[in-house]
Design a protein around this ligand. Structure first.
Ligand SMILES: Cc1cc2nc3c(=O)[nH]c(=O)nc-3n(C[C@H](O)[C@H](O)[C@H](O)COP(=O)(O)OP(=O)(O)OC[C@H]3O[C@@H](n4cnc5c(N)ncnc54)[C@H](O)[C@@H]3O)c2cc1C
Length: 467
């Protein structure tokens, strides 16, 4: 009998497996595809190192950095060029530098004079405890311009989401708690030393061989604890344990297990609805996902033209415009110069999101042409033909949307995990979508599993002593 069967070998399943491995708990990870890592996928294509999923993580990523130490891969970390600290917003047909300090804020054109005054008036606005959308929260406290020119593009980069639907409480829990504690978010930012400290010396990281280094390292450590190409996974409940059947190369394999950890996207859990209370199934399956396509271009440095001097930064995020489908473009070779030949620029663009779900129904050719058009327009590249498409990956269900009601939805899932039925959940749809948050969520699920197994073992021992 296994202690735990983990379903899914994305970073959620892998990091949970590693945590169980450290605690000498017997487990097996089942993954239907032929590789571990989920959306974290790096490719070497010719002279270019490409990311199909995540690009970077920040130095605030405590859980990733701890994992990196435990896996002994610190020497493979790659810090972003200091250039990457500059970030741009595409607005009014131009790229505008995001202010990084008070001096730049006073000078910036990203906000008008009125917009800056409304922002500062936040200090006088009374607090609101109820859950609200990002749009309601930001407009109420900081005004429309901050919403349009900073928050919507910022959320394009993280959730590819819709501010009219996303829950401020789920997306900005720290800002909501500053509001709750200090009445004003700005005052809270100023008075909370924890908040200020957390942004000091912030830098970005990846690995020399790209983001896939992390899941690869866990995969190497766990090896025979991961079953790839595990198809037709079926789970049934016996009296106080689970029976798991699946096929590998048409051969049926069975396991029995004390518990199951679902490390798959929320929508995929519907297949196992019969194991869950109705309310939990309906909460989980209501979580909406936004599609995103990643399109990678290479271009001769000389063809960047007017912008050449400005490719000095992380890249840019787009403000919402009626015709805009591009979410933003990362200047990959400015962040990590070794990822493209010296005379080339490598651009990673993201297109689609909650406001343009149609991307999921378009052909790759259509997406390639749409992206090239918008990249050329936003970066003022006059010869669109000079953009060479190196790679495209369409993520039909890329990012879970933490829409209004999300905190309540998650409470139901949490309650089920605390009921000691042996069913546990982890993944980016629960407590944060970044890789770091996902690892943190997996660690917390493993803590719950450990408590559950303690109870199970005690029960079994009691049965042996007093049958
Ligand atoms: C385009 C993109 C860019 C991103 N950029 C960043 C970034 O720069 N920094 C950052 O921190 N985060 C970023 N993220 C977010 C982060 O990468 C993800 O949230 C995280 O990797 C998700 O991990 P996961 O294990 O929860 O899910 P996944 O990676 O989706 O893994 C789920 C696994 O479950 C398997 N599976 C699916 N269905 C089933 C089923 N029915 N049965 C069994 N197995 C199943 C899948 O094959 C997969 O292996 C990005 C995400 C995307 C899509």
């Amino acid at each position: 009998m296994k202690d735990v069967i983990i379903i899914g070998a994305g970073i959620a399943g892998l990091s949970a497996g590693f945590e169980l491995y450290k605690n000498n708990i017997d487990f097996q990870i089942l993954e239907p595809s032929n590789r571990a890592g989920g959306v974290i996928e790096t490719r070497q294509i010719g002279d270019y190192l490409i990311e199909g999923g995540p690009n970077t993580f920040s130095s605030l990523s405590k859980e990733i950095l701890e994992l990196v130490r435990e896996l002994g891969i610190e020497d493979l970390l790659q810090e972003a060029s200091p250039k990457a600290k500059k970030r741009y917003i595409y607005r009014n047909n131009q790229l505008m530098l995001v202010p990084s300090g008070l001096k730049e804020f006073i000078k910036t054109d990203v906000l008008s004079k009125e917009g800056k005054t409304t922002l500062l008036e936040e200090l006088l606005i009374k607090k609101e405890e109820k859950e609200e959308t990002v749009q309601d929260f930001v407009e109420r406290r900081f005004g429309r311009e901050v919403l349009k020119n900073f928050i919507q593009p910022f959320l394009n980069g993280v959730y590819a989401g819709d501010v009219q639907k996303l829950s401020a409480n789920a997306v900005f829990p720290r800002l909501k708690s500053l509001e709750s504690k200090y009445r004003s978010v700005l005052l809270g930012m100023f008075l909370s030393s924890d908040f200020r400290k957390s942004f000091k010396g912030l830098s970005l990281y990846s690995f020399i061989y790209g983001m896939e280094t992390l899941p690869d390292a866990i995969n190497n450590k766990l090896k025979n604890k991961i079953t790839l190409n595990a198809n037709n996974i079926e789970i049934s409940r016996a009296k106080d344990f689970y029976i798991v059947n699946f096929k590998v190369n048409n051969k049926t394999i069975n396991y029995t297990a004390n518990s199951i950890l679902f490390a798959i996207p929320a929508y995929a859990i519907s297949k196992y609805a019969y194991l869950l209370p109705k309310n939990v199934t309906s909460e989980i399956t209501q979580i909406e996902y936004a599609p995103i396509a990643t399109v990678v271009h290479a271009i001769d440095k000389s063809k960047i033209g007017a912008l050449q001097g400005e490719l000095n930064g992380f890249g840019y995020l787009c403000t919402k415009e009626p015709h805009r489908k591009l979410l933003g473009t990362v200047w990959t070779s400015s962040i990590f110069p070794n990822r493209a030949p010296e005379n080339k620029v490598l651009l990673t663009s993201y297109i689609g999101g909650a406001l343009y779900k149609k991307i999921a129904d378009q052909t790759e050719e259509e997406i390639i042409s749409l992206t090239a058009k918008e990249v050329a327009e936003t970066m003022q590249i006059s010869d669109i033909g000079s953009l060479e498409t190196i790679y495209i990956k369409v993520h039909t269900n890329a990012i879970p949307q933490y829409n209004l009601g999300h905190p309540e939805r998650i409470k139901h899932i949490e309650e089920l995990m605390n009921k000691n039925t042996g069913l546990f959940f982890t993944g980016n749809y629960l407590y944060g979508i970044s890789i770091n948050d996902t690892i943190k969520t997996s660690k917390s699920a493993v803590e719950k599993i450990k408590r559950f197994l303690d109870i199970t073992v005690k029960k079994q021992e009691a049965l042996v002593t007093h049958p």
